[in-house]
Design a protein around this ligand. Sequence first.
Ligand SMILES: *Cc1c(COP(=O)(O)O)cnc(C)c1O
Length: 382
Amino acid sequence: MSWQQRIENTLYQRQQQGLLRRRLAVTVSAPASLTKGEQHFTHFSSNDYLGLSHHPAVIEAWCKGAQQWGTGAGASGHVTGYSPCHQQLEQILAEWLGFPRAILFSSGFAANQALIFALAESSDTLIADKLMHASLQEAAALSPARYRRFPHNSLEGLTRQLRATETVNRLVITEGVFSMDGDQAPLAAISERCREHQAWLMVDDAHGIGVIGEEGRGNCAQQQVKPDILVVTFGKALGVSGAAILCSDAVADYLEQSARHLIYSTAIPAAQAAAVLASINIVRYQPEHREKLNQNIGHFRTQCTQQGIMLTDSLTAIQPVIIGDNHRALAVAQTLQSAGHWIQAIRPPTVPVGSARLRITLSAAHSTQQIDRLVEALHHAL
Ligand SMILES: *Cc1c(COP(=O)(O)O)cnc(C)c1O
């Protein structure tokens, strides 16, 4: 089949199955408010869980940074793109999260892929949770290592894979908080299994960092787990963009030799690093944002229970409402949008077939009244 035919067929099939994806141009002028053309919505789809993307101190840090150091880093960190501000951010990250080193990347997607491609050789085995993020799934599948998966959050499944694989090097990969379900990995137990079987543990805590645990150190710190490799991202609760890998001195030195996403890619702007530093400062020393978020999560769950709306067990800011059918999920999301609530229907292949859902995310920026109105609209739409 020619490319032209294949492309047209794929688009046609996606359309028929209610799976065609489209990007919409929308404006987010405040953390909880979204505008599309002339229409205004309350924003329940963002990962900006603490509302820090619009925090005056973060914005000021970015603006001042741009005035001092320009808008772009101008080169890879291996050339001239690594400034004292980048260095300071790495040092603060390492100190905050309790690791010897941190290495910055331009995105979580890049950090995950860089790590897997730098580490995995054909004699190694990667063992990952089935619901792991696409960036890790893809890297693991493309890497020369053997790739095994275990059922979501199943300790039994993980143990089975650990027993079935006997290569010298095994890397167990999971997430702190799963992005489409909002549930948390049993990290303490997983870490123990890894130790028993002498496997390394890598945790991607993109949705846990900033929002969970003391000083927002994330799910690992909360469960008192120290993985061999921790990935954190700055585009969600920290309200900016970029990511870091936290690891030992040796792994950091090794990444500097072999992580292609690091070596052959322009460093994040120094001004952006300054904004992330400002954001981390707020996350660590202003717990009121986290407390407000937790109040909002609790309030949403209580109100839904009172209205008979079925929720999952998620205790995090990600509160999915599972619908099942793709078309119905789209229709419900549409109804909610008509009522002024911006919520997206998430469909396969992002989530397993038959589990299309509304992915509702809560933020510290939502008011009680906004949440009440959403629950009311959900009650009518479902
Ligand atoms: C969002 C996300 C990423 C990607 O991070 P970006 O910085 O947005 O590229 C990686 N892992 C998980 C679990 C995520 O949710």
